[in-house]
Design a protein around this ligand. Sequence first.
Ligand SMILES: *Cc1c(COP(=O)(O)O)cnc(C)c1O
Length: 224
Amino acid sequence: MNPIAARLNEIRSALPAEVRLIAVTKQVPIAAMRLAYEAGVRDFGESKIQEAATKQESLQDLPDITWHLIGHLQSNKAAKALQQFQWIHSIDSLKLAQRLDQLAADQKVKPQVCLQVKLVPDPSKFGWTTDELFADLPLLDQCRNLDIKGLMVIPPYGLPAAETKAVFDRARELAQEIQQQGWSHLQMKELSMGMSDDYPLAVGAGSTMIRLGRTLFGDRPPTA
Ligand SMILES: *Cc1c(COP(=O)(O)O)cnc(C)c1O
């Protein structure tokens, strides 16, 4: 029995069918990624460009994978990111959005992207505050080579459940507020939120994409 398939079935049976499950495979060996693929996973999330490139090379025989970039992207790696990923969840500044927009035009691609927001102060996280995001919306709406789909949020680590849920609720409300402003290009239908420890709360709050690592693959080795 494929152990990852068993775990996936367990998780999926408690999820609404429309929630997209992204298997986060940073530091996960290729063999485990293949097991996830055999179990039906087609969405893989990576946080680093170089690690993803190595894995994509090893998994070239599996052509129907959708690759999601979920980690902070430095602008000098933006061109590579566009070559390697169909989704970028972690656009966290206007400058990065505009750079990706320009490069996407050059490369003739149109990546699907989320805007990463920071809804409570958190020095360890990237992303727009609500005020910053509203100020940047007119220029984001001009990024016509990006298919802007929604918001991504990561609550601060270790927040009590009620406060974590409040962050997810706030993200949903923010997406609705933006949607109601009627931008010609910005879509706010996707909410990329929920990780191993908090995804049931995120799904309850309206998440459409959950990003699961440890609960599928076990603990990652401690980072040095
Ligand atoms: C690592 C990571 C995840 C997965 O975290 P788990 O706790 O292992 O489920 C999800 N999203 C982002 C942005 C990550 O960096």
